[in-house]
Design a protein around this ligand. Structure first.
Ligand SMILES: Nc1nc2c(c(=O)[nH]1)N[C@H]1C(S)=C(S)[C@@H](COP(=O)(O)O)O[C@H]1N2
Ligand SMILES: [Mo]
Length: 545
């Protein structure tokens, strides 16, 4: 039995691989719980399998397994991980980190899956990255304890005695499966057991933390999936969108922005998981009556659909922090009226469940515009990133002074008594949206054939509306672009212009005029403190005929 005393048993090596793989999953899951639950490598891979499975396969599995298809998928993935863990442990050697390489490859798969999720950002790579780092460190340490001579972790009693080619100095024994054990040192059992015990402890701690942190989010996801938006009566529907709101040319920006394409701006490192059952809105401060709304008392009111273009104050000239959506919600003016703001109040300080605040002029919320406490976006419950379950939408004001997502508190107050998140950081107290225009096609640096080319884009001046868009080639005269139909003064207005492109390098400029007759100023100013100004331009090379 000498040989089994001396050589690390396969079971110990397999256990090392399993522990390392377990660490990758547990640490990844726990970090994801902190960053954002969907970024858990395990969940991300499961979700992408579900998304990518051909519809037929999906239906067959759902038929065969009923509603258990998701658990079945999880069990399948867990089985793959178990087998992988065993293999990882069996192939790893101190001098030949093949098992570590397998872990890295699996990590890459997890990372790609996480980054490819619809709402992913760069942070979504972090959980997998940390999980794999933890796994490789643990695997190297465990296997090092099992092969102390190779790992060079022991004194040199046996390092020089092995035969065979020794590619790198100092010479060390080369493992020879099936060959005689030789006199390599025994596995360092104590060290191995201590390491394995620590790994088990970390897996247990990280696993339970990860599950606890992601469960809330998973519950909210399940709730959102099953949620029905309040019904909108015909009299509260949005005016239909006529086809004329977009120019009749391929590749133009759509009038309505898909939820997945809609820009996202917030300070939340972790998207809040707030359920409708937890949600409350307290209305207090300078009011006649304090009110507390919950989901039920909110949605029993008459809901409206409104199409509104939102814009971020940080949008650079030509930038894409702007989008148009059909919002389902409840008039903020009515809710405020129930509380009865006192006559000298002039600000609504709204607070998000994550502590972010916005200060909105009460006037903008009560002057008859479609300021909404919104629960739906393009016919769906709000996506989590866009404020599930409840947010504000106020036409004509930049998001930082109006569009509080995950909103839970309204304090009626005064501008001389309160300030909000971005105004505390130097941005303007009031944030009316500036007139802006943008060239969207052709794409930047496009190579164009000479002759007629459709140039197209969008322009916005919420609350005022766009009356004119002009285009200029190089230093030529300003020429009127063709305006698409206006949907409302609160939405962007598309434009197009047919350019008889001549060979050479050309720069196109665009500028808009709002309905008050004010032309966009040429002067370039930064977004800080109250929104960028200046004319957008694009340069194209037109080929010779
Ligand atoms: N809770 C919270 N709400 C917020 C923000 C935020 O950081 N936190 N950012 C605001 C800003 S600056 C903008 S432009 C809009 C963007 O909304 P969107 O991400 O749904 O496009 O949300 C606003 N609401
Ligand atoms: Mo913003």
């Amino acid at each position: 039995m000498d040989s089994t005393e001396q050589r690390p048993r396969a079971i110990a090596r397999a256990a090392s691989g399993l522990l390392a793989t377990g660490l990758a999953v547990a640490v990844g899951h726990a970090v994801a719980g902190v960053v954002t639950p969907g970024s858990s490598p395990f969940l991300a891979v499961a979700d992408s399998v579900v998304d990518r499975a051909p519809a037929a396969v999906r239906e067959v599995t759902i038929d065969a397994l009923g509603t258990a298809d998701k658990p079945a998928l999880m069990i399948g993935l867990a089985a793959i991980l178990l087998v992988t863990g065993v293999v990882v442990g069996l192939v790893e050697r101190p001098r030949r980190p093949a098992g570590s390489a397998v872990l890295v490859v699996f990590g890459l798969v997890g990372m790609v899956a996480a980054l490819a999720r619809p709402s992913a950002g760069p942070l979504w790579a972090v959980p997998t990255l940390l999980g794999v780092v933890a796994a490789v460190v643990a695997l190297r340490a465990l296997i090092g304890a099992l092969f102390p001579a190779e790992a060079g972790t022991r004194s040199a009693t046996a390092t020089a005695s092995d035969s065979g080619p020794a590619p790198t100095p100092p010479p060390a024994p080369t493992p020879q499966p099936g060959g005689p054990p030789g006199d390599r040192p025994a596995p360092d059992r104590r060290r191995f057991l201590v390491l394995a015990g620590s790994a088990v402890a970390v897996i247990a701690a990280a696993g339970t933390t990860g599950i606890a942190l992601t469960r809330r989010a998973a519950d909210a996801v399940a709730e959102r999936t099953g949620l029905r938006l309040p019904r909108v009566l015909a009299r509260n529907a949005a005016a239909p969108v006529p086809p004329g709101v977009t120019p009749d040319a391929p590749g133009v920006t759509p009038f309505l922005t898909d939820n997945a394409e809609f820009y996202r701006i917030d300070t939340a490192l972790r998207v809040p998981s707030l359920s409708t059952t937890e949600w409350r809105l307290r209305i207090h401060g300078m009011v006649e009556r304090e009110i507390e709304l919950d989901w039920q008392t909110l949605v029993e009111r008459e809901a409206q659909d409104r199409i509104i273009t939102m814009t971020c104050v940080s949008n650079e000239v030509g930038g894409d922090l702007v989008g148009t959506s059909t919002w389902t919600g409840f008039p903020i003016a009515d809710l405020l009226a129930e509380a009865g703001p006192l006559p000298d109040a002039d600000m609504l300080l709204s607070t998000s469940v994550d502590g972010w605040t916005a200060g909105t002029p009460l006037e903008a919320l009560t002057d008859g515009r479609d300021a909404l406490l919104a629960v739906g976006m393009n016919g769906e419950p709000l996506p989590f990133e866009h404020g599930y379950p409840v947010r504000q939408i106020v036409p004509g004001l930049y998001g930082y002074v109006s569009a509080t997502k995950w909103v839970v508190d309204w304090e009626v107050t005064r501008f001389d008594q309160a300030s909000a998140y971005w105004t505390d950081r130097g941005w303007a107290e009031r944030g009316p949206i500036r007139t802006a225009s943008r060239i969207d096609r052709p794409a930047p640096l496009a190579e164009l054939p000479p002759g007629p080319t459709v140039v197209a884009g969008t322009a916005w001046a919420q609350r005022r509306g766009i009356d004119r868009v002009e285009v200029r080639v190089d230093d030529g005269p300003w020429q009127d672009a063709r305006l698409a139909e206006e949907y409302s003064v609160d939405t962007w207005r598309m434009w197009s212009w047919v350019w008889d492109a001549e060979p050479g390098l050309h720069t196109l400029h665009v500028r808009a005029t709002d309905s008050t007759g004010e032309v966009q100023p040429e002067e370039r100013r930064d977004p800080v403190p109250s929104g960028a100004t200046g004319w957008h331009n694009r340069t194209f090379r037109v080929a010779t005929a």
